[in-house]
Design a binder for this molecule. Structure first.
Ligand code: AMP
Ligand code: ZN
Length: 486
């Protein structure tokens, strides 16, 4: 069998993959921030993690996958330094309050930031399930919540302070001292030397008093007024973003060195660089052996992001009739280390491919498919073993199908990696919200038909406050969720 090779961001090269404790593979994926719906760019990173897991399972590994839920509200350090800014979780709470009032979101208590986070967590799991991400059906501890691991974070910060990797600044905030960790910069190339010569290389006047180096990062922020706060040796407050992943990954996987750690390319710096500094600082051991990063999903040459407004959510696409399997395949079929350009045409092509496979597999009784080994499966595995060469793998399937094979059971087996043959089940816990929005939009259309412009405007304002953007055209009224909180 061909050895499995992955590109490791830590060493900038392809490496043979060997887990520490075979056949077990312990993998951690940076998961969603749940103050908004995840967009399909986020899901590109999550679908990649799912493909990686399924491929490793197909090749005989036992994968323990952990994907965290970032549910602590965070202001950025800049916002904190400015003394202003509004926490994103607070903004989400405001928007959900409006959404609840107008009946388009079923959130128990939008004044409670925990309820807001749970609402978006549920939406994430629904979308993940529609895209057949296995993590959505794993037991809850595989999706650890930051808010439920603050104790572990505090313990790690205490260790770092004791080891002189961290210090308490003038206002009581705890910072990681990057100069105490000589390997800082190994993952991203942003060594302290380079950073000192680049932008942001000085401590600004607005920085917290007593912060020693502009690249020192926050571990604990005392803030007795914060929406989400916990007691700690440094007073009531909340943890920094990076410490969450260091603490949760080790706690949920039960080891100090992980096999694989993944995220989107924007996570490389500072997030993962800081995770390494904290984790190695606290344990003295390597934190993760293989670092794998997904390049961005782009729309017309730009990164899909909430702040640019050029995003789609999974639910919005499914509402427009997109087959979730086609969306899954589309997010997956551009190699993870290439930027992917999202287009409707690409999605249609992916859909045709899925339909072709479904037609081919229709005669196969999935229940009676035995384990097997065929040329096409060998080609499929060989391609994926080469740093998840997905186009090679899909090419092998399509070429094989062109020859009209008699035995189509290999397709069913390979589908355990691809996850696209199954038909969609679209009823989800949060899909009821779409029906409520549709009903509002219908009321608006009725008001307009009756030339009651005031009533139509009132409904539109209500929807806008709830984060729903309404578009009126000759064809009728359409809506989509506006995400502006990035
Ligand atoms: P967030 O919820 O913002 O923390 O993002 C969750 C994950 O999505 C992270 O691993 C990001 O790196 C990743 N991500 C964000 N935007 C994109 C994008 N346009 N394409 C691919 N991955 C992305
Ligand atoms: Zn993370």
């Amino acid at each position: 069998m061909t050895p499995i090779r992955f590109y490791n961001t830590l060493t900038n090269q392809l490496e043979d993959f060997a887990p520490i404790d075979p056949p077990v593979v312990r993998m951690y994926n940076c998961g969603p921030t749940v103050y908004d719906f995840a967009h399909i760019g986020n899901f590109r990173a999550f679908v990649f993690a799912d493909l990686l897991r399924r491929f490793l399972e197909f090749t005989g590994h036992e994968v323990r996958q952990v994907m965290n839920i970032t549910d602590v509200g965070h202001m950025t350090e800049d916002q904190l330094a400015d003394g202003g800014g509004q926490d994103k979780m607070e903004l989400a709470a405001q928007r959900l309050k409006a959404a609840k009032k107008s009946g388009v979101a079923d959130v128990e208590n939008p004044d409670d930031p925990f309820a807001v986070a749970r609402y978006f967590e549920k939406a994430f799991i629904d979308d993940a399930r529609a895209l057949r991400l296995k993590i959505a059906d794993d037991e809850a501890p595989r999706r650890p919540r930051a808010t439920e691991h603050v104790k572990q974070m505090i313990a790690m910060i205490e260790k770092l302070v004791a080891a002189d990797h961290a210090y308490v600044a003038g206002d009581g905030a705890v910072y990681y001292d990057v100069s105490s960790f000589p390997q800082y910069g190994k993952l991203s190339g942003n060594t302290l030397d380079k950073l000192a010569h680049g932008a942001g290389g000085r401590v600004s006047e607005t920085d917290t008093a007593g912060k020693r180096n502009p690249h020192d990062f926050l571990l604990w922020k005392p803030d007795a007024k914060h929406l989400m706060k916990w007691d700690s040796p440094w007073g009531w407050g909340y943890p920094g973003w990076h410490i969450e992943c260091s603490a949760m990954s080790m706690s949920a996987l039960g080891v100090e060195t992980l096999d694989i750690h993944t995220g989107g390319e924007d996570n490389i710096f500072p997030h993962h660089e800081c995770e390494i500094a904290q984790s190695c600082g606290a344990t003295g051991k390597a934190f993760a052996r293989y670092w794998m990063h997904t390049r961005f999903l782009m729309v017309e040459g730009e990164k899909m992001s909430k702040s640019k407004g050029n995003f789609y959510t999974v639910r919005d696409l499914l509402k427009r009739g997109v087959d979730p399997a086609a969306l899954r395949l589309e997010l997956m079929r551009t190699h993870y280390r290439s930027n992917m350009n999202f287009t409707m045409k690409g999605l249609e092509d992916a859909h045709r491919m899925v339909e072709r496979w479904r037609a081919a597999a229709a005669g196969v009784d999935a229940q009676s498919v035995a384990a097997g080994d065929s040329d096409v499966e060998r080609d499929f595995v060989a391609a994926l073993s080469d740093d998840l060469n997905i186009s090679g793998a899909l090419g092998a399937i399509n070429k094989w199908l062109n020859d009209s094979p008699d035995d189509l059971s290999p397709l069913v087996r390979m589908n355990s990696v691809l996850g696209v043959l199954e038909a969609a089940e679209l009823e989800t816990e949060t899909s009821g919200d779409d029906a409520a929005i549709d009903a509002k939009v219908q009321q608006m259309a009725d008001a307009r038909a009756a030339k009651d412009w005031a009533a139509s405007d009132a409904i539109r304002d209500e929807l806008t406050a709830a984060g729903i953007e309404v578009q009126i055209s000759k064809q009728g009224i359409t809506w989509r969720r506006k995400m502006t909180l990035d």
